[in-house]
Ligand binder design. Structure first.
Ligand SMILES: [Zn+2]
Length: 238
């Protein structure tokens, strides 16, 4: 599916959601509290900076929350049940995570150009959901970061090709890694780029997908790469 088609799908989805809102009051994506996209209690679950060690030598990523309870409910409502109203809320939470992670790094990092890279969805996932759900989030994040004075662009350079089935149904880091190994492709030469590349995903469980994304960007020349997610599962030793 082309990016332009996905943009049209997003617009149509937003239109249908708006019509639905006029007919039916909505509930919080996390706990069903009436008239909220994400209530304050559920939003507070997403304000953390949880580190997650990725398999192999892929490094680490950071999540806004642990993937359980209302967090899991909210993300699955957004992701699998078309709750597109969460786009803006989740983008704000991820933008805050970017700023917190940058502040933990060297002081000059905020002056560097950021490239936000949405984690890729497989063709079957995009077909099932009608869109590449991380694309609008990364786009909104780039806009939000600019409002904070951070130079940021969104570049959807990662592709997931030749992978079938739902990734969350494949358990175990090694089987997940085997499933997508060699299927994450970068559609640009990044060797001239001195930017900080930030891969953004919704859920990181085994870390196999995120690890492959970071490795693929490094193999294409990106020197500085980190991964961020709305939610992740704790490493087993933690
Ligand atoms: Zn709630």
């Amino acid at each position: 599916m082309e990016t332009a088609d996905l943009g049209l799908c997003d617009a149509l989805r937003a239109l249908f959601v708006s019509i639905g809102d006029m007919l039916l009051p909505r509930g919080c994506a996390g706990c069903d509290k009436p008239d909220e996209v994400l209530c304050a209690s559920c939003a507070r679950l997403f304000v953390h900076v949880y580190p997650k060690v990725l398999p192999g030598d892929a490094g680490r990523c950071y999540g806004c929350s642990w993937y359980c309870g209302a967090v899991r409910h909210a993300i699955l409502n957004w992701k699998d049940h078309g709750d597109g109203e969460c786009d803006r809320v989740f983008a704000l939470l991820l933008t805050d995570l970017v700023l917190k992670v940058l502040d933990r790094q060297e002081s000059h990092v905020r002056s560097r150009a950021l490239v936000l890279v949405p984690a890729p969805s497989s063709a079957s996932s995009m077909h099932r959901r009608g869109r590449w759900q991380m694309l609008p989030l990364a786009r909104l994040m780039a806009r939000g970061l600019k409002r904070h004075g951070v130079s940021a662009v969104m570049e959807p350079v990662l592709r997931l090709e030749g992978v079938q089935g739902k990734s969350v149904q494949t358990s175990g880091a090694s089987s997940r890694a085997k499933r997508i190994e060699g299927h994450v492709h970068v559609s640009a030469d990044l060797s001239d780029a001195d930017s900080l590349f930030i891969v953004v995903d919704d859920i990181v469980t085994t870390g196999a997908t995120m690890g492959q994304c970071l490795s693929a960007l490094r193999d294409s020349g990106a020197r500085d790469v980190i991964g961020l997610a709305l939610a992740c599962t704790p490493n087993r030793a933690e």
